[in-house]
Design a protein around this ligand. Structure first.
Ligand code: GLC
Length: 826
């Protein structure tokens, strides 16, 4: 493209220079004030000058001030990527977060006038202001959603060995911010400054930052319009949401490129879905992984593991997963067994499996320095362990004592490590738990900055690789297991991660505490992880350290029933912590909720499919339903599980009543079937045996019979709970083999139900997509909240002779699963 930039205007340049000088002063102070511990002398920042030129190569546009260059890439209709190269040299385009940019065809245009260059798709405009290189974004109605408050800038810091890169945008008075992963603070991040640097944070506290994961993705909502920013930079990064200055939002990193994706909404849900088109979604988990998991540091010896497993079956409390923490190993050497405690692990695992338990084992990254230990020997010979800048090995102490650490950013190392799981899989291990992979090192915290990483050939110091180390470890675990297990879905769980970790693993929130405050923190963390692209998440139910009493444990089981991942876990020095450990009435209530978890497995699994296929989060905070009302930006107690069930955990001791906000529309109290009009707060009784649960009118909630573990019996029929509505509502049911990757070859069934009604008639339509045929024959319909007693029910034109009217006004009947159209009339 030809540039027709007018000659620079001297007045403009003088005013620009003054502005920049002021900004430099301001920013120097800002940096100095806020990084006193960094020990780095402030260095003069450099700002983009005046853009005088635009070039186009395909969907990429380049703007330069003569020295620095900015690249603007049209990624999709909604996503535009911006990159800055201070001296016009861009790094090679490589990212662990975004394995591949979407390749959909997009139409776009470049426009230039005297004030700006403008790159537009039919949904978004990216404006590059000629006066000062400010970049802003607007929607198709020319409504500005995001605007630079200073030009992009950087700091060349020789002492710290690199560039610091900064982007500062305006922050509107009512703008709210969401996302950033697992931060243990209010859901709305407005007014906060937060850091991304994966950290082992034992017994972390409210507002502690950073924790285990780095998810540099946030969503802004302002004047009812949402957009997202994904700052794909793996270095230590910070975000300021109007904390330093109420009128500014900034993000910056201690190195790497200033590269971010602007993701247009207008709805928060659109932003999250688009974010998933960049970073990927979670694969379908094995169905058993949606059941209840029991963990402890540690169940050993074998007799103890068996006793716990028996405890579940004797107490008739469903459970699918049982975990072996570090004590199963020989001196904490990964991929070995302590034969004193576990003389025949294969036999134990297969007997547990026969009783419906899947065994999950922990594997940490620290490999004991020991020449008689095959994993160490092989890693050493093949030069797979991380080295310092002076070529010495990176050594640190973790559970096994003196350790070295595989460089998981090296594809060859990942391949090797993945292969090490072969023996465990042959023994019957069904899942792997990756821990301490921030990476954590006793004393030092983590690796020194100078450790070198292969970084898939793009090389880097630990400054660049730290935040992705854990993600690459669990990637290696997942890919290795997937190869060994062939067509079976592996289950993996990781503590550390970076954006995109959802392609390989579930996560838990780390070493929390047995306190009511932590129940609240966990509630927020799971909601936040869900909207930050990590759907399969949960907390250590009961709290890792400290002792919960029966009430706290039961309230945590209740919340955990609605966490995508449900596992109880506790530290080694705590008392017994199984669902029956607290006696009655707790055991019975814990059983009732874990049974409810199992009844709702087809619903959760279908919600998972909606995530996997379409990028919907599993947990959705209230703001995601009603972002227009600023009040809702501050609601963080209640959330929906999928889009049909509203959950509000009880998070205070002794609480027997609480207010719950219901989004607009009609809701049914799950326990009483009472109909409640939403759009307001309602007062709900919360005796210990229940918690506030509401179902959206018109929902079809599928239910399995209660089993002690997934697959215990063949499903003979699926119950469909149908909640009356007088407006049209769609629901989905996803079914497949539940343990293979056949769904990738379209061997699945996605059923869509459409329910609609009036005072006299209700219709239910079913349509199918996919090639899978479930083995059960029929549905057991349970009609809830119908305002009339039906005189006639027809399915595909045929009368249903037998239906039952119950005292609670529900109506039950059975029919084959292949129906297309049902009419229920007064
Ligand atoms: C870490 C983990 C915890 C585990 C323990 C021992 O603290 O976060 O879950 O039980 O190490 O492996």
């Amino acid at each position: 493209m030809e540039s027709n930039t007018p000659n620079p205007n001297p007045e403009l340049i003088t005013s620009k220079l003054t502005e920049i000088e002021n900004l430099i002063e301001e920013e120097e102070e800002f940096h100095h004030l806020n990084n006193p511990a960094d020990g780095i002398k402030p260095v003069v920042k450099k700002y983009l000058g005046v853009p005088n030129h635009a070039d186009q190569v395909g969907n990429k546009f380049y703007f330069t001030d003569g020295d620095a260059k900015v690249e603007v890439v049209v990624v999709t209709d909604e996503i535009i990527r911006v990159r800055l190269a201070p001296h016009s040299v861009f790094l090679e385009d490589f990212s662990y977060g975004v394995p591949k940019l979407p390749t959909r065809q997009v139409s776009f245009s470049l426009h230039e006038d005297e004030n700006e260059f403008r790159v537009s798709t039919y949904k978004v405009n990216c404006h590059i202001r000629k006066k000062d290189f400010f970049i802003s974004f607007s929607d198709s109605n020319n409504h500005v959603t995001s605007m630079d408050a200073t030009p992009m800038h950087w700091e060349e810091n020789v002492q710290a060995g690199g560039y610091y890169v900064f982007c500062t945008k305006t922050c509107a008075p009512d703008e709210s911010f969401f996302g950033l992963g697992d931060k243990p603070t209010e859901l709305n991040l407005r007014g906060k400054r937060l850091k991304n640097w994966n950290t082992d944070a034992y017994s972390f506290q409210w507002n502690q930052d950073p924790l285990y994961r780095s998810i540099p993705f946030y969503i802004s909502v302002n004047e009812g319009i949402a957009h997202g920013i994904f700052f794909d930079n793996t270095f230590k990064a910070q975000f300021d949401f109007g904390s330093e200055d109420r009128t500014k939002t900034s993000f910056w990193a201690d190195g790497g490129e200033l590269q971010y994706y602007y993701i247009h909404g207008p709805h928060m849900m659109d932003v999250v879905k688009s974010y998933h088109t960049l970073t990927g979604t979670h694969p379908m988990p094995p169905l058993w992984a949606l059941g209840y998991h029991q963990c402890r540091w540690s169940y050993y010896p074998e007799a103890k593991v068996r006793k716990i497993a028996r405890g579940f079956r004797e107490n008739k409390i469903p459970c699918d997963g049982i975990y072996l923490d570090i004590d199963y190993m020989d001196g904490y050497r990964c991929f070995t067994w302590n034969r004193k405690y576990f003389p025949d692990p294969k036999k134990m695992i297969s007997e547990l499996a026969a009783d419906g338990f899947k065994t999950v084992v922990i594997i940490d990254p620290g490999i004991r320095v020991d020449d008689n230990y095959s994993v160490f020997k092989e890693g050493k010979e093949k030069k797979y362990f991380c080295r310092r800048s002076d070529d010495y090995f990176m050594e640190g102490h973790v559970w096994p004592g003196r350790c070295q650490f595989p460089d998981f950013t090296n594809p060859e190392v990942r391949e090797w490590w993945g292969g090490l799981f072969d023996e465990l899989v042959q023994m019957g291990v069904a899942g792997v738990w990756n821990d301490m992979n921030e990476p954590a090192v006793f004393g030092a915290g983590t690796f020194p900055d100078d450790v070198r990483h292969q970084y898939d050939g793009y090389r880097g110091s630990h400054r660049k690789a730290h935040n992705v180390y854990g993600m690459q470890m669990v990637r290696s675990t997942y890919e290795g297991l997937r190869k060994i297990m062939k067509n079976k879905r592996p289950f993996t769980i990781t503590r550390a991660g970076y954006s995109g970790v959802q392609r390989f693993s579930s996560v838990w929130t780390g070493d929390n505490v047995a306190s009511w405050e932590h129940l609240k923190i966990g509630n927020i963390q799971c909601q936040r992880l869900s909207i930050s692209g990590i759907p399969f998440c949960g907390t250590d139910i009961g709290g890792f350290s400290g002792e919960p009493d029966g009430e706290l444990f039961t309230r945590w089981i209740q919340m955990g029933t609605f966490s995508p991942f449900m596992r109880a876990h506790s530290a080694g020095d705590t008392k017994e912590r199984e669902p029956w450990s607290f006696g009655e009435p707790f055991t019975a209530i814990n059983r009732k909720f874990i049974e409810l978890r199992y009844r709702l497995i087809p619903y959760l699994y279908s919600t998972f499919w909606e995530h996997h296929r379409y990028g919907f989060p599993i947990l959705r905070p209230i703001v995601m339903h009603e972002q227009d009302t600023v009040m809702n930006h501050f609601r963080q107690d209640e959330f929906t599980y999928g889009d049909k069930i509203l959950v509000c955990p009880v998070m205070e001791p002794g609480q027997r009543k609480r207010n719950v906000y219901l989004p607009k529309g009609k809701w049914y109290n799950f326990w009483t079937y009472e109909v409640v009009e939403g759009g307001k707060e309602v007062s709900v009784e919360t005796p210990l045996e229940t918690m506030p649960l509401f179902v959206k009118a018109g929902s079809v909630i599928p239910e399995y019979p209660v089993m002690q573990y997934v697959g215990q019996q063949e499903i003979e029929e699926v119950k469909l709970n149908i909640y009356y509505t007088d407006y049209e509502v769609n629901s989905f049911l996803f079914e497949d083999y539940g343990e293979t990757f056949a769904y990738e070859q379209d061997i699945y069934l996605e059923k869509k139900f459409v329910v609609n009604g009036d005072a006299k008639t209700v219709t239910i339509d079913q349509s199918l997509e996919g090639l899978y045929t479930p083995r059960y024959d029929g549905y057991h319909f349970n009609l809830i909240g119908f305002p009339f007693k039906p005189s006639k029910i027809t399915v595909d034109g045929k009368d249903v002779k037998e239906f039952q009217l119950n005292d609670d006004n529900t109506i039950e009947f059975k029919y084959t699963k292949t129906f297309k159209h049902i009419e229920i009339s007064k």
